[in-house]
Write a protein that binds this ligand. Structure first.
Ligand code: DGL
Length: 274
């Protein structure tokens, strides 16, 4: 039976969803969060659709077994296939792409730029969702970055890795800013807000949209409306499960400023048949 004390589930292919946890911890410090990052299979953006669905369903089922009261799909790539995973959990599901499109609907910008994984870019989901939500027709330009999520995942805090992040940003995002004159940029992969300072340094005039803020707000509204918000103020905790390297996750959680981390635990990865 779900109640106010039930946890909220958050998942991503890797550490990208930490950008969503950060916002949820700011807005809802009393909630208990269970995070699942599929470190063994990151990055998802270069996998085939059937694999992404299978790996996502594996994580959904794990979180369902933890009796979560809501699930945040803190991964844009999984958000593209969320319809194929939805039946694996019984609670409400909030996804990053919908949150990004909702955030764009609240501002006046045209053209809108989106940077994402190659999978999200190829799916064309952002232009479709933004146009569905925007009151007037806007031009949506998108680009897929093949290496950016992987670089952020493994090189946060490493100066050489961060130089490579900047190089990739210049190559992929640069033309949309300089040639196409985008008026804002949706960070359409949850790994990217973790290097927002680098993006701002390169393009200081460019407004950035982080879907994580909208996701946290939607979750807060839902919990309030359904009388499921946890009572008490700042005592919520965070348990992190990863199919990857526990030490690396512990370090990353600290680097991005996550609070009240109760434990970081290994969980066996799903076996992919090649
Ligand atoms: N953080 C993820 C996203 O929002 C996925 C990155 C990846 O695994 O390729 O798309």
């Amino acid at each position: 039976m779900l109640d106010r004390n039930s946890p909220v589930g958050v998942l991503d292919s890797g550490i990208g969803g930490f950008s969503v946890v950060r916002q949820v911890q700011r807005l809802l410090p009393g909630e208990e969060l269970i995070y699942f990052g599929d470190g063994a299979h990151v990055p998802y953006g270069n996998h085939r659709e059937e694999e992404i669905v299978a790996m996502a369903r594996y994580m959904f089922s794990f979180l369902e077994s933890r009796k979560i009261k809501a699930l945040l799909v803190a991964c844009n790539t999984i958000s593209c296939v969320v319809g194929q995973c939805r039946d694996a959990v019984s609670c409400p599901v909030f996804n990053a792409v919908q949150a990004g499109a909702d955030a764009v609907a609240g501002i006046q910008a045209d053209p809108v730029g989106v940077i994402s994984t190659v999978f999200t870019h190829n799916s064309r989901i952002y232009p479709k969702k933004i146009l569905e939500r925007s009151p007037k027709k806007v031009v949506v330009l998108s680009c897929g970055c093949p290496d950016l999520a992987g670089l952020v995942e493994h090189s946060l805090g490493d100066p050489r890795g961060m130089d490579q992040v900047e190089e990739e940003l210049r190559r992929e995002l640069g033309p949309m800013v300089e040639r196409d004159k985008i008026q804002c940029c949706v960070l359409g992969c949850t790994h990217y807000p973790l290097v927002a300072d680098r993006i701002r340094r390169l393009y200081p005039e460019l407004p950035l949209i982080d879907p994580a803020e909208e996701m946290a707000r939607s979750l807060a509204d839902y919990l309030e409306r359904s009388d499921l918000a946890r009572e008490g103020r700042g005592e919520g905790k965070l348990t992190i499960y990863t199919t990857g390297d526990v030490e690396e996750y512990t370090l990353r959680a600290r680097q991005v400023g996550l609070e009240r981390v109760d434990s970081v635990q290994f969980y066996p990865p799903m076996e992919l048949c090649s």
